[in-house]
Design a protein around this ligand. Structure first.
Ligand code: PGA
Length: 249
């Protein structure tokens, strides 16, 4: 596991963009899963700039959604699919048929989630999984207590997540859907490479817990320590509580 301390959010964003750009240069049709949230927005802006200046081409990569709200259509303003279309896919020239959506409006989520797992396997598995870290340690919408081997499935969201995500639309938690479809922890942990981003003092405590305390399903991000190729990029504020972790500046 490499833990890289970025000097600030700009530096974090540039370094994270570099990881995806390097993959796209080496393997233009690699399979990638991106994260929604505030943390990767800077990375996405850097990548769009590089696409516009023709330093990198993301249009042949294939993408799988990490998580999304259940009962929410793709054109709903709360849809994570729509969020990623606007934040990165459309401006970076990724064709819609290269983005595999989660079955958020399917009446039979169990069968549809099984089909989602099969689609990932048929694509050859995930080469790079980008992740944020929830204040409660969640990965995607795998809340604390999710089984480490869990597959893509319908889940209930915790109050912490409802409150935290209300900020995305400047509304209250009552406007946040209470259920979601998430890639499972098993699905996420099977990716060949992981890149986790953490920015700001609000993530300092959970990052230290995930990296320096027990590996446990109660802090899903801690399970990444069992994976072979993990890069964590944290800015100084998010890394401020790390005591024992060897870091690269
Ligand atoms: P954030 O979300 O990037 O908006 O902090 C991270 C997460 O909840 O996974």
């Amino acid at each position: 596991m490499d833990v890289v301390i970025a000097s600030d959010y700009e530096d974090l964003s540039r370094r994270a963009a570099g990881v995806l750009a390097d993959l796209a240069l080496a393997r233009p049709d690699a399979v990638v899963s991106l994260a929604t949230g505030e943390t990767p927005l800077g990375m996405y802006r850097v990548l769009i700039g590089w696409v516009e200046s023709r330093r990198v081409d993301l249009s042949r990569l294939r993408f799988f959604m990490l998580d999304d709200y259940y009962g929410v259509a793709q054109d709903d303003r709360r849809s994570f699919y729509r969020w990623l279309q606007q934040a990165i896919f459309e401006p970076a020239g990724v064709p819609r048929h290269h983005v595999y959506p989660l079955p958020t409006t399917d009446a039979d989520p169990v069968a549809a989630c099984a089909a989602y797992e099969e689609a990932i396997a048929a694509a050859g598995g995930i080469d790079l999984q980008l992740l944020g870290i929830g204040a409660n340690g969640h990965l995607g919408f795998n809340e604390p207590g999710s089984p480490a081997a869990s597959p893509t499935r319908l889940v209930d969201l915790t109050e912490t997540t409802l409150e935290s995500n209300a900020r995305y639309w400047g509304t209250g938690p009552e406007d946040v859907p209470r259920q979601a479809i998430t890639m499972g922890l098993g699905t996420i942990l099977r990716a060949r490479r992981h890149l986790l981003l953490a920015s700001g003092a609000a993530k300092a405590e959970i990052l230290a817990r995930a990296l320096e305390e027990q590996i446990t399903e109660e802090a899903p991000a801690s399970l990444l320590r069992q994976c072979a190729a993990v890069t964590i990029i944290a800015d100084r504020a998010a890394a401020s509580r790390l005591r024992r972790t060897a870091v690269v500046e």
